[in-house]
Structures are given as C-alpha cells and as structure tokens.
Design a protein around this ligand. Structure first.
Ligand code: 5GP
Ligand code: ZN
Length: 112
C-alpha cells in the first residue's frame, strides 16, 4: 500500500535487516530496539492492524506465530514476549499489522 512504511520495507524501497522470510511473511529487526533482541514479523499482505483481522484473512496470523516459533528456535530464544499494538492509544505507530518479538531481558507485567 502506498505510504505504508512496512509495505516499503517489503518492496525493498526502505532497507531493513532481515531475520526470516517466506511466501507470506517477513521478519526484520526493529530500528529502535526495546530489548536485546527485538524483531518484527509482518504479513506480506497489507492489513492495517489486529482490528482488521477477519475470518477471511486470519490464517496469516497463525502463520506469523508459526514463523515466530521457528525464528525463536533458530535464535535460541527460550523466553520471549509477542506484542501487537492495536490503535494509537495502545501505541501503534505503523498501520501495517506486525508482531513485536522481544527477548533477552526481564519483562514486567502489566506493560505500560
Ligand atoms: P508500533 O509502534 O506500531 O507498535 O511498532 C512500530 C515499530 O516499527 C516501532 O518499534 C519502530 O521502531 C519500528 N519502525 C518504524 N519504522 C521502521 C523502519 O523504517 N525500519 C525498522 N526496522 N523498524 C521501524
Ligand atoms: Zn503496508
């Protein structure tokens, strides 16, 4: 989608540090890491947020989680947090569905 930062990352217009890729999803390191390991997993299909997931496109969410588990095993992550901010008040700044994967430090709960 035009003017979407993550679609531009997918097209290569904006460079990124790739972690993993397959036909349906792409994983890359976050520009502003909030933990020693912090990468994002995004569907290649533009979906604006978790609020736009429907019965018709929800399979990609399971696919992203399978990718996360695979990447975590490959990186040797034993413990990690998966976060998807949905909406501005929840902290979403890029409106292309993404899953943050954070690891390598103690996490607090509840998140701020
Ligand atoms: P959100 O705030 O929507 O939950 O997460 C968006 C994330 O994308 C932020 O953690 C931010 O650091 C990351 N981000 C924004 N622009 C870029 C970029 O151009 N490259 C990379 N690698 N990450 C980005
Ligand atoms: Zn997009």
């Amino acid at each position: 989608m035009k003017d979407c930062i993550f679609c531009k990352i997918l097209s290569g217009e904006i460079p990124s540090k790739k972690v993993f890729e397959d036909d349906l999803c792409y994983a890359f390191y976050d520009l502003d890491p909030q933990a020693p390991t912090h990468f994002l997993v995004i569907p290649k299909e533009h979906i604006a947020s978790a609020a736009e997931v429907t019965d018709n496109n929800s399979a990609i969410v399971g696919h992203c989680f399978a990718a996360i588990a695979k990447i975590a095993r490959e990186l040797g992550l034993e413990s990690y947090r998966v976060v998807s901010n949905c909406g501005e008040q929840a902290g979403q700044s890029v409106f292309h569905l993404h899953f943050h994967v954070l690891a390598g430090r103690d996490m607090t709960w509840p998140p701020g």
